[in-house]
Design a protein around this ligand. Structure first.
Ligand SMILES: Nc1nc2c(ncn2[C@@H]2O[C@H](COP(=O)(O)OP(=O)(O)O)[C@@H](O)[C@H]2O)c(=O)[nH]1
Ligand SMILES: [Mg+2]
Length: 1008
């Protein structure tokens, strides 16, 4: 019975009973004497055997046969108390295994008197009756009274009575939801199993015991129960099924999957299948998948909260394994799942309801959804008493409060940045059973850590500390990278204000890209710097006047065209291709020029020197010049810059590159075709690429004076047809005549350049602003895309680093079980090695005398103290020696053993010393020194062996802790690159995308 009962009094007749046992043939007569003394009537001789038979049948699992015998006997001995009790016990067996003989049991109870057999039998029957009559509290009272008088029960019935008292008490506690107490009772019942006990009762005990042990996260002990049942009957179907659950609970995926397959495909095993599916996953090949099993399980009992809970957990697990949680897109399902978990929590026994509530809270946090079925039971629970509530519950409340704008501090530690008040991890079972997602310690730890950070981040936002919030969000995302709310918030925070004007967007892009470091954890981000340079250049160009580049093949008349366009002869015409330079004509007051050399030198020319300089260039000097910037003083084409380029086919590689750079700067292009050449096909490629870059190209067919009218029309049409896609218009002109007309002091007739000027005006000058803006937006978009690509590459490299770190660590590693088993063996050896040390200490103290034996007299207290100290030190050195190689091999294991095994071992040694281990060892083995040191040491080793075994066993139990510590260390090691990757991904990439999207939309709107 549970601990509240008083200790049992010693049985008053023990002495007489043992005499009776000892005297064999006298036993019966003495037994009768005992009965007289204790007031218990003895069993009449003729009933002895049939009663024994009935008991055997009952225990063997056939109560109805037993009852038939007892009823037969009762006809002759109507009021015999032993018979009545036997009948009652039969009914109890029937009740426990599913029958309902409540009324006949009540009759037996009414007829049974305490003075006959003592109070225990009647109280046991009463307890059974009350329990199955739905009154577990009453049952427990009766069973407690029965337990107090167990020693008075006649010997033959004693074990069965004791077994039933504990079993029924266990079932009653279970009914009340007192799982720990129920388990204690079942443990006691298990020590009372008569060897002849049959399957039905064994199964009741096994089923409930294993369920309770697994709920209490004691899979190793549960496995012992199951193994014992299998030892009793290796084909026991229940034991086979429970073994599957136990293996799943232990995390033994291979074992659980193999044995669940061996169960066959009977739907009656669906619950066990779900256990496997939820704890370690179902086998991939063959058999139904988790969802099929879960839905069938739900249909089997749609109203049962536990069935609904397991179904809901399966729906969640499936989505979680595919990398996403149940989202608002599956609204109905999400609601059903949450409702199922909420109902299960409310149906759970009050004593353990917290575990169900923690599961509900955990799921709600993962789904980031806190509807009333989540909130109300959790807030209720916290209102009642807060101190012992699982942390998940407080997190739900904190998130709920912050969402409501509540600034109360109680969930957070004081100071900035705010930190959620976390619970220490005390171990112990989390979640109701091994099906619970809370039983995955990594998942639970990750969700807790991310939610703490998320709650703190939300709190920071509430207080206006956006910077701190960003860091906390990254922290949350490192733990749970998919957390949608954290991603959204981070995106919002990273996006900032991009404004609405192109100038604002350019400024935002400059700030954003300038903020990206050149290198993150060794991964270069140079592409971002290049993109930044592009943005800066685009910004500068936006501020500059419209730039028109004049392009075309060599000698097409470009320079002549430029002069006609500007109305002044500034561009040298008819020069050799080798002496030609790129000339940029800017509006300016002086008419001077600046010569930009390839080596960076810049020479300034006065207006008078410009033409002689340009005309006097030889090939060598021209090749040294990058470009020449010339002021034009005339007022034509407004502020626009005009670039005269050398012919395409006349350029060296350097000039070609410079020409492209200028082309890149050009907002519009005039392409000159010479009527004397037919190079349209070779020019098409260059024209296409200009157009693809977003540039407007005006086609000019020059030297039309060399054609007759028909040819003129034909050629212009041909060009339009061939290049109409690329050219905004084709205008025929005679540049030479136009120049003459425009530079003549007395121009005669119409300006032959009017058509060209009109086209320029129409296509370029009137839209100068739009042209520039759309080109700039385009350039900004390109720069952002390049930056995005560079960041993405860096992110991939960082994530790759993180994965490689993780894989590297996991790859080399021995399984925790194997490692600890090896460590245990090493430890055993080290500890056994202290035999030498102890022998030498004993000899040097004179406690042992070489070749003789123990010194005479008791162990001197000072010697005892000294030996104890030596033993302490020696055993700790042994432990350290076993641990030392582990430090390099498996830091996580070393850490766990250091934190958990070492203090435990110290306590163990202290306990042994206190219990007088050393004195006892010397007492037992000291004399062996007479046979030599080796014999003495062998004796010591024998004495130390159980200690060594206990330590090794203790170490082996720490496998789960080691796995957990490994996971934690791995996460930490790979978290630096992962954090940086996340920071880039969530902050920089999101911002680039937001900006890029805005720029793209501006372009689509044609605004601003
Ligand atoms: N027949 C004729 N010749 C021209 C015309 N425009 C230019 N030219 C001549 O073509 C030659 C090359 O001119 P230029 O402007 O230096 O060509 P660029 O190499 O393209 O700059 C010069 O001799 C010009 O006089 C034109 O409209 N008709
Ligand atoms: Mg020229």
């Amino acid at each position: 019975m549970s601990d509240e009962q008083e200790p049992p009094k010693p049985p008053p007749t023990r002495g007489l009973r043992s005499v009776g046992d000892a005297l064999g043939g006298w036993a019966r007569r003495v037994g009768e004497l005992v009965a007289e003394v204790s007031g218990t009537p003895s069993v009449p001789d003729e009933l002895r055997e049939p009663l024994g038979q009935a008991r055997a049948l009952r225990l063997g699992g056939d109560p109805s046969q037993a009852q038939a015998i007892v009823r037969g006997l009762l006809e002759a001995h109507a009021s015999q108390p032993h018979l009545r009790y036997a009948l009652g016990l039969g009914f109890v067996h029937d009740l426990v295994t599913g029958g309902r003989p409540l009324r006949p049991l009540a009759e037996v109870i009414a007829a049974l008197h305490d003075d006959a057999l003592g109070p225990a039998p009647r109280q046991l029957l009463q307890g059974a009756h009350d329990l199955y009559d739905g009154r577990p509290e009453h049952a427990l009272d009766a069973l407690r009274r029965a337990a107090r008088h167990l020693h008075e029960v006649p010997k033959r019935d004693a074990q069965e009575t004791r077994l039933l008292v504990h079993l029924l008490a266990g079932l009653a506690q279970l009914r009340r939801g007192e799982q720990d107490r129920a388990l204690r009772e079942l443990h006691k019942a298990r020590t009372q199993l008569p060897p002849e006990l049959g399957t039905p009762l064994r199964h009741v005990l096994l089923r409930h015991g294993v369920a309770l042990l697994l709920a209490a996260d004691q899979a190793v002990e549960a496995e012992r129960w199951v193994e014992e049942a299998r030892a009793h009957d290796e084909r026991d179907p229940l034991a086979r099924e429970l073994l599957v659950r136990v293996l799943a609970a232990k995390g033994d995926a291979t074992g659980a999957q193999a044995s669940v397959e061996a169960l066959g495909d009977d739907p009656c095993y669906d619950e066990t299948r779900l256990w496997v599916g939820l704890a370690v996953g179902l086998p991939d090949d063959g058999g139904d998948d988790l969802l099929t099993v879960a839905r069938r399980h739900l249909q089997a009992a749609p109203g049962d909260p536990e069935h609904r809970r397991r179904w809901a957990l399966a729906e969640l697990a499936l989505r979680h394994r595919s990398g996403r949680e149940l989202g608002p897109a599956e609204e109905g399902l999400r609601r059903d799942v949450i409702q199922a978990l909420s109902d299960a929590a409310q149906a759970a026994p009050a004593a353990v309801r917290d575990r169900w509530l923690a599961e509900l809270a955990h799921v709600a946090l993962r789904l980031d959804w806190f509807p009333p079925p989540v909130q109300s039971p959790i807030l209720d629970r916290l209102r009642r008493e807060e101190g012992t509530a699982p942390e998940e519950l407080r997190l739900v409340r904190a998130r709920h409060r912050i969402a409501a704008g509540d600034r109360s501090h109680e969930d957070f530690q004081p100071g900035m940045p705010p930190r959620f008040r976390a619970d220490p991890d005390l171990g112990g079972p989390a979640g109701p059973d091994p099906c619970s997602p809370l039983r995955d310690p990594d998942l639970r730890a990750a969700v807790l850590a991310s939610q703490r950070a998320l709650a703190a981040a939300e709190r920071c936002r509430l207080e206006g500390h956006d910077d701190l919030a960003q860091d906390l969000l990254v922290e949350a995302l490192i733990e749970v990278p998919s957390l949608p709310r954290a991603r959204r918030m981070l995106a919002e925070l990273a996006q900032g204000d991009t404004g609405t004007r192109l100038e604002d967007r350019l400024a935002a892009a400059t700030t954003l890209l300038a903020g990206v470091p050149n290198r993150v954890l060794g991964v270069p981000l140079t592409g971002v710097q290049t993109a930044l340079a592009q943005v800066v250049a685009a910004r500068e160009r936006l501020a500059r006047p419209l730039t028109i580049a004049i392009m075309g093949e060599f000698s097409a008349g470009k320079s002549t065209f430029v002069n006609a366009l500007l109305g002044q002869t500034v561009a040298p015409m008819g020069v050799l291709p080798t002496t030609s330079t790129i000339n940029v004509f800017r509006r300016g007051p002086s008419g001077g020029a600046r010569v930009h050399y390839r080596d960076g030198r810049i020479a300034t020319l006065a207006a008078a020197d410009v033409q002689p300089f340009l005309h006097g260039l030889d090939a060598a000097e021209a090749a040294r010049i990058r470009h020449v910037e010339i002021e034009r003083t005339g007022g034509r084409v407004g502020e626009a810059n005009v670039v005269d380029t050398p012919g395409l086919n006349a350029l060296d590689a350097f000039h070609e590159q410079v020409a492209r750079e200028f082309l890149d700067e050009a907002d519009a292009v005039v392409w000159l075709f010479s009527a004397t050449r037919s190079g349209a096909a070779t020019e098409a490629g260059m024209l296409q690429s200009l157009r693809a870059g977003g540039r407007q190209v005006l086609g000019v067919l020059n030297k039309v004076d060399t054609l007759d009218d028909a040819e003129k029309v034909e050629l212009a049409q041909y060009l339009r047809k061939q290049l109409g896609e690329v050219l905004v218009e084709v205008v025929p002109v005679c540049a030479r005549k136009a120049l003459e007309h425009r530079t003549s002091s007395a121009p005669a007739g119409d300006d032959p350049f009017a058509a060209v000027e009109g086209a320029l005006e129409r296509h370029f000058l009137q839209h100068a602003r739009e042209l520039k803006r759309s080109l700039t937006a385009r350039r900004l978009g390109e720069a952002l895309a390049a930056a995005r690509q560079a960041v993405l590459e860096a992110v991939n490299a960082l994530e790759h680093d993180a994965d490689a770190t993780l894989r590297g660590m996991q790859g080399e590693r021995v399984g925790a079980h194997a490692l600890l088993s090896r460590f245990g063996t090493a430890l055993e050896e080290q500890l056994l090695g202290t035999d030498d040390l102890l022998t030498r200490e004993c000899l040097s103290l004179g406690v042992l005398v070489a070749g003789k034996g123990r010194a005479k007299g008791p162990l001197d207290p000072q010697d005892a103290e000294y030996l104890a100290a030596a033993f302490r030190e020696g055993s700790m050195i042994a432990l350290r020696r076993a641990l030392a190689p582990l430090g390099h091999e498996d830091p996580a294991a070393a850490q766990v053993l250091d934190e958990q095994l070492v203090p435990w071992a110290q306590g163990h040694v202290e306990g042994l010393v206190h219990a007088g281990l050393l004195a006892a060892v010397l007492q037992e083995h000291g004399a062996k020194i007479a046979e030599g040191e080796a014999a003495m040491r062998a004796g010591l080793r024998e004495a130390l062996r159980p200690v060594a075994r206990a330590w090794a066993a203790r170490a082996r139990q720490l496998a789960r802790e080691v796995e957990r510590a490994r996971a934690r260390l791995d996460r930490e090691a790979s978290s630096a690159p992962r954090a940086e990757a996340l920071r880039l991904r969530s902050a920089v990439l999101t911002a680039i995308d937001a900006l890029g999207e805005a720029v793209r939309l501006d372009g689509a709107d044609g605004a601003p």
